[in-house]
Design a protein around this ligand. Sequence first.
Ligand code: FES
Length: 92
Amino acid sequence: MIDNRSHYYFNSDMIICVCKRVSCRDLNAAIDKGVRSWAELRSELGVATTCGRCACEARRHLRERTQGSASPAETMAGQLISAAIGAVRECA
Ligand code: FES
């Protein structure tokens, strides 16, 4: 699968996390300040702490900015987190 998304959203004001109003620019600023892990990113910006639907894209962004393209395992982890949080919300 070819991922063409990174070219248009890096360094943009596009909102990644609607719940916390976190944009790509905010993610980049946090990474530039030294954030390198998923836990640090969540703590710093609050991404994926409410509905969780941004988890996949936020993780992918972090991975691409810090280490190159996202691994299949990380992409799957983000999707599973998003799906699990969505399932919990639907059951509540
Ligand atoms: S969109 Fe990020 S927690 Fe809801």
